[in-house]
Write a protein that binds this ligand. Structure first.
Ligand SMILES: Cc1cc2nc3c(=O)[nH]c(=O)nc-3n(C[C@H](O)[C@H](O)[C@H](O)COP(=O)(O)OP(=O)(O)OC[C@H]3O[C@@H](n4cnc5c(N)ncnc54)[C@H](O)[C@@H]3O)c2cc1C
Length: 306
């Protein structure tokens, strides 16, 4: 219930204005977001890589409504990839891209041209691109785009969301050789017709999907902060004899950093999802929806007169 309210607020421009102008919002944002510009992103990436982590960078922004916005997002990724290569941060750092930020909702061809340009730049920089997954109305078109991109850029990664009923079958489709698949629980408010509603059902689906991916021939990317699922991931890695270059754990910047360090210290590949940019509102609200404790933290900041 609380989760649905917060997710609804994530689409409200009135709530966005209220949150963006609150005195301590900047401190809260800083916990989850690297900063607003390319330089902030490069600095945070350098620090994470120095700590033995790998990184996937997300230029914040989604649901763009004009071709100009979509092109500006593409250009920011191109600049970021040039910066990562120049700083010697590839291949440890790759990029995550939302097709809605590249125009998917109003011009599918424009979104495709933009993401293809990013894939070409990633190839030149010596790194990879992962297509973030958004709400279920975009799943088919995102997976269609993935198939097209993989013809020329076979390392392009996909994201599958365990809360969707279809995902176990999508995992089977995408568990082939060379296929990079990030498995997450899913972050959007979805109807019962397409998605499991209880945490227990979502967790059970995650384990089924994890089993398919870890027993398959692809490269699984287990994106979760959930201690039980991480333990199951470690167990399956032993069971299926997967070394550190044959799968990875992924977590969000600012969430369970000690666990990220512990796993990296044990020799696993751990990738931190590092968002940056001005457009942090939708991202921050999804993080708050995931965990009531963060809402208390955020409420205190909003109430502060400082
Ligand atoms: C690398 C990465 C990429 C992602 N990409 C996508 C994507 O493309 N599409 C999409 O829909 N979703 C994406 N997600 C979000 C994902 O779907 C979940 O919403 C999110 O990861 C929370 O689920 P969880 O597996 O951590 O489990 P949860 O059940 O939410 O949490 C399990 C435990 O983790 C800790 N924890 C979880 N969240 C927080 C938090 N916000 N603050 C502090 N502690 C926390 C707590 O200890 C909690 O008990 C991504 C997540 C990650 C890690």
């Amino acid at each position: 219930m609380l989760r649905s309210v917060i997710l609804a607020a994530s689409r409200s421009s009135q709530v966005e204005r209220l949150v963006a102008t609150a005195p301590l919002t900047r401190d809260v944002v800083r916990r989850f977001v690297a900063g607003t510009g390319t330089d902030d992103a490069l600095r945070a990436t350098r620090e994470l890589v120095a700590d033995g982590l790998t990184v996937t960078l997300d230029n914040l922004g989604e649901d763009t409504v004009t071709p100009g916005q979509a092109t500006a997002t593409r250009d920011e990724y191109l600049a970021l990839l040039r910066g990562l290569a120049a700083a010697g941060l590839t291949p440890a750092a790759e990029v995550s891209v939302k097709l809605s930020a590249l125009g998917q909702r109003f011009d599918a061809q424009l979104a495709y041209d933009n993401v293809r340009a990013i894939c070409v730049a990633a190839d030149q920089a010596g790194t990879t691109v992962t297509l973030d997954m958004e709400d279920h109305t975009t799943t088919d078109s995102t997976l269609d785009t993935l198939v097209k991109l993989r013809k020329d850029h076979p390392s392009t990664g996909a994201v599958l969301q365990a809360y969707l009923r279809r995902t176990e079958s999508d995992c089977r489709e995408l568990a082939g050789v060379g296929s990079r698949v990030r498995l997450c629980k899913g972050a959007y408010a979805e109807p019962e017709s397409v998605a499991y509603q209880s945490a227990r059902e979502v967790d059970k689906s995650y384990v089924r999907c994890l089993n398919v991916l870890m027993s398959g021939a692809g490269y699984p990317m287990l994106a979760t902060h959930d201690p039980r699922l991480i333990a199951i991931g470690e167990d399956r890695a032993r069971w299926f004899d997967r070394g550190p270059d044959e799968f990875e754990f992924q977590m969000l910047y600012g969430i369970r950093p000690e666990e990220q360090a512990r796993l990296a210290g044990e020799g696993y590949t751990v990738r931190t999802y590092l968002p940056y940019g001005e457009d942090w509102y939708g991202y921050l609200m999804r993080r708050l929806a995931e965990r009531p404790a963060n809402l208390v933290f955020f409420g205190r900041a909003l109430a502060s007169k400082k």
